[in-house]
Write a protein that binds this ligand. Sequence first.
Ligand code: PLP
Length: 386
Amino acid sequence: LEREEPHYFGAGPALLPTSVLQEAAYDLVNYQGVGIGIGEISHRSKQASEVIDNTKANLVSLLNIPDTHEVFFLQGGGTTGFSSIASNLTASFVKKTGRKGRAAYAITGTWSKKSVEEAQRLGLDVDIVLDSKKVDGKFGSIPPVDKWSIPTDLSNTSYVYYCDNETVNGVEFKEFPFESFPGVEVVADMSSNILSKRLDVSKYGLIMAGAQKNIGLAGITIYIIKKSLLEQADDATLKALEVPLSPIAVHYPTVVKNNSAYNTIPIFAVHVVNLVLRLLVKNGGVDAQQKINEEKASILYGALEKFPQVYELPASTDARSHMNVVFTLNGDLDAEFLAQAAERKLNGLKGHRSVGGMRASIYNAVSLHSVQELTKFIIEFAEAHS
Ligand code: PLP
């Protein structure tokens, strides 16, 4: 099973290392010589349990996840996370305080906006602590915390939610202002930048990340939760307070109690994540990956910045994503840019339909070489149009 090394910059599903796919393809047919594939084995078999345990162990080691936190997996992608976070985290807050509380959301782009809309749809009371579009007229920056509207009394705040990397808008938090939310559980959507940079897990109540961008295939979502948040109020109490009950398949305590196999887990998708993690360990872990990612982002942004007459960068310098490099072309050059890029086998560059322009997603699996090829093209295209 061979392929030419692709230069693919799609935002998700995204590129995976060829060696991982080759190994996974073999395992899909015949796993560890048992005569059937990994996706055909019972999700409660020894082999499936080992896949789950090894994947958890690799995540623990790569992210230095402390004993205070638990890892589990769910289906349903990031969008299911938007719903399950609202119901589960509120149930934990009710257990702790006896109150429904109010959830705080920082909106910095498309995905955090969708998440807060879902929390409201489910009937949560919400405080919008930041809506960056209201500050800069677009989702192009992460305003300093003195521009946020943080409740003075946080004792009724059930959790504070943000999206660490906004995939569509290309803005990424360099540091969340944890100190402005003392005592409040911080919840992060890291779907498009998990394992791209160092992370202090101990600061978080919950981290959620769909696998299909940086570390795997669609079908599995990673959760890292503070164990104390697995204590939830009972259903009768939640009903009395009009808190939405979590559907059982996404009820975090039930899923954790069953080692992520309460119902049929897509074990092949977990296996692929595990193969990616093993490769990451072999290549030096998160620190080594972060260094490469910084270099990729630096050369790409550097090239785009050199030609302001041709390229515009909507994200402010201090909030630029190291995973999704969003840019627009001045004039009517999009089609020409994409066609010429495709001639050089540089693909997946079209921006999200809601914002237009271009987006080069340079996740962990996109090599420095691919980014160098793209950079060369960006420079040549600009020189020809200046
Ligand atoms: N969160 C982020 C940051 C995303 O980029 C996406 C999808 O692109 C989602 C959530 C939604 O994920 P899903 O399509 O798996 O529901």
